[in-house]
Design a protein around this ligand. Structure first.
Ligand code: PMP
Length: 394
């Protein structure tokens, strides 16, 4: 007898990114596909000392179960960091530690979405979030975007005529996949709009600290006046993704739901991971580490944009991100980026084609390129291979 699966599984498919990451195992392939931090920047020597210190000083606690909310001193440091850098006004009690910010996305779907409810998101949006939300069988309405982020007139128009919108999902800083950042004006307008309609919004912000250029902006949570913003933060891009530590920051009413759901999902984030990251922040300077990451990524971003400019044929547009890990390319309308990808793979270069970033599909001429993982010589060589494939294709 065939096994019968739950209805929700119909909407769930494997992530194209995960599949593509398998290709990067072939050393011949220059891959701009993943969103991986540069591994040569991981503080391995420091973490050897940190893990010994944790085990010697607090070994029993570190290997024990601990509270669902997370390790107090770590939550305190996160709150302090958000207040200093993002101009929020929060404290430790507003923070829940999660297993990466990805878990916060899954929980948001679980908490807010009944089957058939509407999620609004940027068009395009983060593929991993779409995959997480799909379990809860939502409908998506994609809100148009431009170089300054989500277009607020479009958002308002959609809200005006749509019932059942339960949540808005946004990435205001160095968006995945486009690398774009919302202007201050849009941020303020967004808060005005969600306040009017009283709809919770997920501010997914793993890249915010990776700003290479001038022009700091407050996060949406800092502008939030009605407690509608649910902020998701992460150590993955400012430290290391392997510890799988992220956090959710929300109003007490909303955070209490996340805490209950966390208990049911996995009880707590890894005690030892939390204590090790906390100890790193005590023994070393995380800000200095972030500066080091930024200085390497900035060089790679500059080189990628310069090489794209030099190598790509006319008619191909790309974004110029001020931070984060990605640029987004738009081909002439008649070119399908997933067809081009096949050609690129023959030339041993990879990217993620754009269609999967549109939850309702239907857009084929875009793709995302990552500049954090590949070294400088590979960035140049990879773009040359891409340009050859593209010219043959066009
Ligand atoms: N949100 C966005 C926009 C991302 O790009 C990512 C990772 N690529 C995540 C969330 C998940 O990150 P993590 O679970 O490692 O914190």
């Amino acid at each position: 007898m065939p096994v019968e699966f739950a209805d929700r599984m119909k909407n769930i498919k494997g992530s194209e990114i995960r599949e593509l990451l398998k290709l990067t195992e072939n050393p011949e392939v220059i891959s701009f596909a993943g969103g991986l931090p540069a591994p040569e920047l991981f503080p391995i020597e420091e973490m050897k000392k940190v893990s010994v210190a944790v085990l010697e000083e607090e070994g029993r606690a570190a290997l024990q179960y601990s509270t669902t909310e997370g390790h107090g001193p770590l939550r305190e440091k996160i709150a302090q960091r958000m207040n200093d850098k993002l101009k929020t006004n929060i404290s430790k009690v507003d923070i829940l530690i999660t297993n990466g910010s990805q878990q916060g996305l899954d929980f948001a779907g679980k908490i807010f979405i009944n089957k058939g409810d509407v999620i609004l998101c940027e068009s395009p949006s983060y593929l991993g979030a779409i995959n997480a939300f799909n379990s809860y069988q939502p409908k998506y309405i994609e809100v148009p975007t431009d170089e300054n982020g989500m277009i607020m007139e479009a958002l308002e128009e959609i809200l005006e005529k749509t019932k059942n919108v339960k949540m808005i999902y946004v990435i205001p800083d160095f968006q995945n996949p486009t690398g774009r950042t919302w202007s201050l004006e849009r941020r303020k307008k967004f808060i005005e709009i969600i306040n009017k309609y009283e709809i919770p919004a997920i501010e997914d912000n793993p890249y915010v600290e990776l700003r290479f250029d001038e022009g700091f902006l407050p996060c949406l949570k800092a502008l939030d006046t009605k407690g509608l913003i649910i902020y998701l933060g992460s150590f993955s891009k400012i430290f290391c993704p392997g510890y799988r530590l992220g956090w959710t920051c929300a109003s007490p009413e909303i955070l209490s739901k996340f805490i209950i759901v966390k208990q049911g999902a996995d009880l707590q984030a890894s005690t030892i991971s939390q204590r090790e990251v906390n100890k790193f922040m005590e023994m070393y300077d995380l800000d200095a580490h972030v500066e080091k990451i930024k200085s390497v990524y900035k060089v790679r971003r500059d080189l990628m944009l310069k090489t794209l400019e030099e190598e790509l044929p006319e008619g191909v547009k790309f974004t110029r991100p001020s931070g984060g890990l990605f640029t987004w390319l738009e081909l002439p309308e008649n070119i399908d980026a997933s067809e081009l990808l096949k050609k690129c793979l023959e030339n041993n270069v990879a990217y993620v084609s754009g269609e999967a970033f549109f939850p309702n599909g239907g857009k084929y001429n875009c793709f995302r390129m990552n500049y954090s993982t590949m070294t400088e010589d590979k960035i140049v060589e990879g773009i040359k291979r891409l340009a050859i494939a593209l010219k043959e294709f066009m």
